[in-house]
Design a protein around this ligand. Sequence first.
Ligand code: GLV
Ligand code: MN
Ligand code: MN
Length: 430
Amino acid sequence: MSVPIPVNAVTADVGDTFDRLWSELLPVGPTPAGGYRRFAWNDADLSARSWFSAAAAACGLDVQTDRNGNLWAWWLPAGWSGDPREAFVTGSHLDSVPDGGAFDGPLGVVSALCAVGVLRSRGVQPLRPIAVVVFADEEGARFGVACAGSRLLTGALTPGAACALTDVDGVSLDEAMRRAGVDTTQLGRDDETLRRVGVFVELHIEQGQALVDLDAPLGIGTSVWPHGRWRFSFEGEANHAGTTRMTERRDPMLPFAAAVIAARILATKQGGVATFGRVHVQPNGTNAIPSTVTAWLDARGPDQAVVDAIVSGVSANAHARAAAERVDLAVTAESVSAVVEFSADANARLHRVLDSMVSVGRVPDLGTGAGHDAGVLSSAIPTAMLFVRNPTGVSHSPAEFAERADCLAGVEALAALMADWVSTPPVEAS
Ligand code: GLV
Ligand code: MN
Ligand code: MN
């Protein structure tokens, strides 16, 4: 038996719900620079998680925390007994990069709650479970590894490696999670939770300008470029900036500078992208030669060979210059993600539902260079992504933006996908 689900335009009520949820979340953890520093398990992140639990409960959802600190808010069909299975799951993350924008992550979470509201307001009785999920620590801004919550869930990150990660103040991820009430002895691949998911659709702000160029409010994700983070630890010798002869210095800043230039040249030559966006200098004094420079290379490319060529080339340049300066260098891979192709079946279903919706316009396919929990999860469950147009293409910055009308088109699309998925009972039960 299947229940016909109407797929209408978003009502004024949905716009009101979106505005209300957005305005509740917006004041959670802003910085003077105009962005957010919601780093995993810090006060701002915990406030955002509390906001979510309250907002989801207000939507009538049952909020649970999985073994890895990810939040799941459930809507089970009437009369459902036992664990959820073959659920439609949507959501994203609430943590941010340093001075990150308002949309990266939160747009997917707010849109998911709004989509639940759309189904409720239309009297839809789902025949399959629905969940809105908030993945913990997507950006890796505090402990270095991106998508730690979803990597732990799938087993791509081991509990031992996760617990040993530390932030700049020496606080371990283990300690930070325990302080937030997570039992870290239970971390690790969680098949019980994964088994509940039929499909995960992550709605996300587009982090480029392809949709502007294509004149489309929404796009469907096809793939994620392979990418990763590598830590470059240069160790020289601290000394006086005024009295140490140039020939006697062991200055780690020089091989670091060589690495930055090499990243630019090699990424351009290879057709990839490479960034040193984070650097720690010790002791960080104007009149002192540094003792250590620790910097992180973020490298991405259309295929693995490009990423490998960039990383090995940057490392070779840095090692050569380090040797010339009598500086020690260690290069360590911190989080590495292979290319992701999203589920062809899920994408065909997205097209089938969305291509017939006049209100969302033409929905083009898009690849992306940005990492997402949906990419990590694709190794374990069918996943798909929906991108919302970003007029400037700027992201990981307070300038990140999406027009309200495009956000509402995203909600409408998500609601239609949700309604389509839950209009038939789970296969095992039919
Ligand atoms: C996450 O936003 C990433 O692509 O680094
Ligand atoms: Mn991001
Ligand atoms: Mn994101």
